[in-house]
Write a protein that binds this ligand. Structure first.
Ligand SMILES: Nc1ncnc2c1ncn2[C@@H]1O[C@H](COP(=O)(O)OP(=O)(O)OP(=O)(O)O)[C@@H](O)[C@H]1O
Ligand SMILES: [Mg+2]
Length: 252
């Protein structure tokens, strides 16, 4: 089967710095692919290249077999490339339900928005009823989004991204700032996204436990280059990975 997302020799430079150096890998539907590497390795840059926030200097990005390398970010989002932000972004002084609906991320096309809402509203409630218990907390839909704790807002960011039913979800460090129980809930949401909704999840996470427990395929980046790719055992026993990443962790 064709992978849902494919990077082919992608390069990105910031001045003299090569942040992404001929990186190639694929993300299949229905699975969580891990993207790991030390601080500054180029992980978030890759997500910004995939979502279209940064322009690619060299190489190609394919989404469902189509070359989207030059496609603007809003069009990629409409096609089904979803993302969460490292810091939750919500409208302040707006209730929770309105904020979640904004997750549709539909750009500025109002007609499209209306038809989309007409079609989707029916099963939206159904989907929320399924997602909220997995997120693990009760919600008063009318309360102000800023009245709820940070961890819950971060979980809602994942829920919001899932409501739009993307085909791929780019998730940058969902566990940062969460307590253990919230981390479990975040992982349960991502597993539901992959296994039940068949979304291809690309997950950046510093917690090796989380990556090793949930990803069948892991891509390791160091200084912008892919140094290893494979299952948890392959990655954990690779000498370059141990030196670049695990070694650092063990010494820390
Ligand atoms: N907009 C930008 N302008 C200039 N340099 C940038 C820009 N974005 C990223 N970089 C640089 O590119 C390199 C990779 O950064 P990136 O944020 O992708 O790393 P990361 O792997 O996500 O790190 P972390 O684990 O700390 O989040 C870093 O040296 C960073 O300073
Ligand atoms: Mg980052």
């Amino acid at each position: 089967m064709e992978p849902i997302l494919k990077l082919d020799n992608v390069c990105k430079r910031f001045g003299g710095l090569v942040a992404t150096d001929h990186v190639s890998f694929s993300v299949p539907a229905g699975d969580i692919t891990g993207l790991i590497g030390p601080n500054g390795a180029g992980k978030s840059t890759l997500m910004n290249l995939i979502s279209g926030i940064y322009d690619v200097d060299e190489g190609h990005i394919y989404f469902e077999g189509e070359d989207v390398t030059k496609m603007p970010a809003y069009q990629r989002s409409r096609k089904g490339i979803g993302r969460t932000f490292q810091t939750p972004r919500f409208l302040y002084r707006s209730n929770i339900l309105d904020n979640l609906l904004l997750g549709m991320d539909l750009g500025e096309d109002i007609n499209y928005f209306k038809s989309f809402m007409g079609a989707k509203k029916g099963n939206l409630k159904e989907r929320l009823d399924e997602l909220i218990p997995v997120a693990g907390f009760d919600i008063d839909w009318n309360s102000d989004i800023n009245a709820i704790p940070y961890g819950q807002r971060k979980l809602l960011e994942i829920v919001r991204s899932m409501l739009a039913m993307p085909k791929i979800m780019l998730v940058d460090e969902p566990a940062a700032g969460l307590n253990n129980r919230e981390i479990e809930n975040a992982m349960a949401l991502l597993e539901l996204a992959a296994k039940k909704y068949n979304i291809g999840v690309l997950l950046i996470e510093h917690s090796m436990d989380m990556i090793m427990n949930t990803c069948s395929n892991i891509v390791v980046i160091n200084f912008g280059k892919k140094i290893c790719e494979g299952g948890p055992e392959t990655v954990a026993s690779d000498p370059q990975v141990i030196e670049a990443y695990l070694g650092k962790d063990l010494d820390a």
